[in-house]
Design a binder for this molecule. Structure first.
Ligand code: HDE
Length: 719
């Protein structure tokens, strides 16, 4: 049993899956060990100044019942430091989860880009932070929202930050409107509700008035707004960037992250249940997968476009961040693969203090005039000065480049470096002329002399930016009928949460301009009239690549709840466990109580297990009847074909939810076959039979994520 040690012992080392940031000195030598030492040296409790202490539980008082003395330096230091432990959370993307990893280039980028980290076989350390956008730091993970997908590459030529999202378009075309969209989407200023969601009046007020936001909003209302896991999200750089090759030739690119795990989501009901059952679901899922060795992987790819004067491709303005280019028109070319293989050691030091910045570019990758991107270049650097308390946040271990740093930036709050020399200016002779400027062959960042359009200064957009509906329409019409059903349900839910009728009506008009059938179905759900569109669409191309359905994917890291009762056969349970483990799927044994059932160790109980934790469930043998303490459901009357003996209602609930959320369900018969009776004998995603074959079937079902064909779809009427 763990007891409080009576003499100093070394603190617990970080777990094998945890890896702190590898920081470098200006000479390139690793300071990783030294950085850890700064945190915890020696065994004894000391003040911040290194003086050893004998007591940290009692303040210094004038007698045991007397007043506390102001002279208690330890009390004041301890409380004062605590008072300042929190830093401002990020204005947006406050809630996140991070992981370390490595990016390995396949060399395919060498022809279009001179960046060293894209050369064949080059391995670059990375740190990724996934996030929701709207919620506060402590908000729930499964809210309907866009997800951030920010990656830092610690390249040999300096830090490169690809600060993207899981949706390829954005709400606004010009960064000057960012405070507007954020103010509209954040909780109402009077009562500060609702937290972390768009289902409220100010959000729909703004997006219905500001129709350029409709393209992003429909992606939010699709299954993309409720991802199954950070591991099953695509990532997009959104803006068009410029790549420069070794001979100064340029092309335009859009970045994509393609998850090898597939792109999957949860149902809206599941998302809502998860936010109650396990608000840290995504954070836990990422850390658990990495700890268990199921390392998530993404291919990094680019769509490549010629760097023409008009910067359009197939009629799509590449400078408009509310537009994406269908992959069918410009296929994604893979440049390398990222593997996330280590968890942070310390959330605050790494995930909270990491400061991404789209201005962190490396030689070979440059910007375009996208007015959203241009505003971001200012914002990220600026916001860190408040958030991280001064201008030296680049020196924090997670932010330090791995390339040697020799800047002429000096002093400022929280200066950690002790700069030597006397001449932090150029030119100088006193420090030997250092630091020197790089020559053309020293891998410098070069501003490519892209011509600037001769024009008057204006506050205006190009005409092409006026099309606000065609891409939202293309997205909707490219989804499968089932995915369209989800979009309809999401709009109906969100708009039903608005108090102001006029806002619902205005958003219905926007929907009419996207698709008449979509508008009609949402209007029916709200009990309103569908308005006539004010925009005519000529032809709408489709891009099936935006659908998440129809493919099969690897299943590593998925979880299966294995529900057992007092009489479940241990041989069956073991056969299921080993079949699932062999497929790198994680079985979690759910029993009527904790501890052991016979020889089987229980990991979850009927009371603390939630269906939302599992991608599928298997019931092994009979589950016990409802204990006296719980009211039993009359399953017979509920289902019409129910079991002979009523099943524990907690199990019925797990099974019922798994069924509704289109999850695979298996059952291995017991003596009375009460488990099997809860689910139909035959239906998509259902397996009955001997333990090994049921487990194999479940793994197969998991490959296509969900058994959606269990339910008829409404689909869209042809218009
Ligand atoms: Fe951000 N955004 N953003 N953003 N953004 C921030 O920077 C901002 C935009 C994105 O995990 C902030 O360090 C402006 C697009 C991610 O640490 C802030 C505009 C995209 C993250 C900021 C945008 C993003 C942020 C808050 C319009 C997708 C989280 C804290 C011009 C391509 C990074 C911080 C992390 C964070 C400003 C638009 C992605 C306030 C002004 C478009 C993933 O600086």
């Amino acid at each position: 049993m763990l007891v409080e040690p009576t003499k100093p012992q070394s603190p617990l080392p970080a777990k094998p899956d945890q890896q702190g940031p590898d920081t470098r000195t200006a000479t390139g030598a690793s300071t990783k060990v030294a950085a850890a030492d700064v945190a915890q040296q020696g065994s004894f409790l000391t003040t911040a100044h290194g003086v050893r202490l004998v007591d940290t539980d009692h303040s210094l008082k004038a007698g045991p019942r007397g007043p506390t003395l102001l002279q208690d330096h330890h009390l004041r230091e301890k409380i004062s430091h605590f008072d300042h432990e929190r830093i401002p959370e990020r204005a947006v993307h406050a809630r996140g989860a991070g992981a370390h990893g490595v990016f390995v280039a396949n060399g395919a980028g060498q022809n279009i880009c001179r960046s060293g980290f894209l050369k064949s076989g080059v391995q670059t350390p990375v740190f990724v932070r996934f996030s929701t956008v709207l919620g506060s730091r402590g908000s729930a993970d499964l809210v309907r929202d866009t997800r951030g997908f920010a990656t830092r590459f610690y390249t040999g030529e300096g830090n490169y930050d690809l600060v993207g999202n899981n949706i390829p378009v954005f709400f606004i075309q010009d960064g000057i409107k960012f405070p507007d969209v954020v103010h509209a989407a954040k909780p109402h200023p009077d009562r500060e509700i609702p937290q972390a969601q768009s289902a409220h009046d100010t959000f729909w007020d703004w997006v219905s008035l500001h129709t350029e936001a409709q393209a992003h909003t429909i992606w939010n209302m699709s299954d993309r707004g409720v991802p199954r896991s950070f591991r099953t999200m695509e990532g997009f750089g959104i803006h068009t960037f410029r790549m420069i090759d070794a001979s100064d030739q340029t092309c335009l690119v859009k970045f994509h992250w393609k998850p090898k795990q597939g792109v999957h989501s949860v149902t809206w009901e599941e998302a809502q249940l998860t936010n109650g059952n396990d608000p840290d679901f995504h954070r836990r899922d990422l850390a658990d997968a990495i700890e268990s060795g199921a390392y998530p992987e993404w291919d990094l790819g680019v769509q490549v476009f010629p760097d023409t004067n008009d910067q359009t491709f197939e009629g799509i303005d590449l400078l408009d961040p509310t537009k994406f280019v269908p992959e069918e028109l410009a296929p994604v070319q893979v440049l390398g693969t990222m593997t996330l293989n280590a968890n942070p050691v310390n959330y605050f030091a790494e995930t909270e203090q990491v400061a991404f910045n789209p201005s962190n570019l490396v030689p070979g990758i440059d910007l375009t005039n996208d007015p959203l991107l241009q505003a971001r270049l200012f914002s990220y650097l600026d916001t860190q000065i408040t958030r991280l308390g001064g201008p030296n946040w680049n020196q924090l271990p997670i932010n330090r480049a791995h390339a040697p740093i020799n800047d002429m930036l000096r002093d400022g709050q929280h200066q950690n470096a002790v700069h030597s020399g006397v001449a932090p200016y150029r030119p100088n002779s006193l420090d030997g002329g250092c630091p020197f400027l790089a020559g053309p062959n020293d891998h410098p960042f070069i501003d490519i002399p892209v011509p600037v359009e001769a024009s008057a200064k204006v506050r205006q957009n190009p005409v092409s930016f006026e099309d606000h509906f065609s891409q939202a329409r293309m997205f909707y019409r490219s989804l499968t009928p089932l995915e369209q059903d989800h979009v309809v349900a999401a709009y109906t839910f969100e708009l039903s949460k608005c108090y102001e009728q006029v806002i619902r009506e205005r958003q219905l008009l926007a929907l009419a301009n996207i698709d008449a059938d979509l508008c009609q179905r949402v209007a029916t759900g709200l009990g309103l009239e569908a308005p006539a569109p004010t925009v005519n669409h000529s032809q709408t191309p489709t891009t099936p690549a935006v659908s998440q359905l129809g493919n099969t994917w690897p299943v590593a890291g998925r979880t299966v709840g294995v529900i057992i009762g007092p009489d479940s056969d241990p041989t069956d349970v073991e056969a299921i466990r080993s079949t699932l483990f062999n497929a790198n799927v994680i079985p979690l044994i759910v029993g009527p109580h904790g501890g052991k059932i016979g020889s089987i160790t229980v990991q979850r109980t009927y009371s603390n297990a939630a269906s939302t934790e599992f991608d599928a469930i298997i019931i092994v043998g009979d589950t016990p009847p409802a204990p006296d303490a719980l009211p039993s459901l009359d399953a017979k009357s509920a289902s019409g074909h129910g079991p002979e003996m009523p099943t524990d209602p907690r199990v019925s609930k797990l099974v019922g939810e798994a069924w509704r959320h289109a999850k695979a369900i298996g059952s291995v018969p017991g003596k009375s076959s009460n488990s099997a009776a809860q689910i139909p004998a035959e239906a998509p995603g259902i397996a009955h039979g001997a333990a090994p074959s049921v487990a194999e079937d479940i793994v197969d079902f998991l490959r296509s994520h969900r058994s959606w064909d269990r339910f008829p779809t409404q689909g869209r009427a042809e218009t």
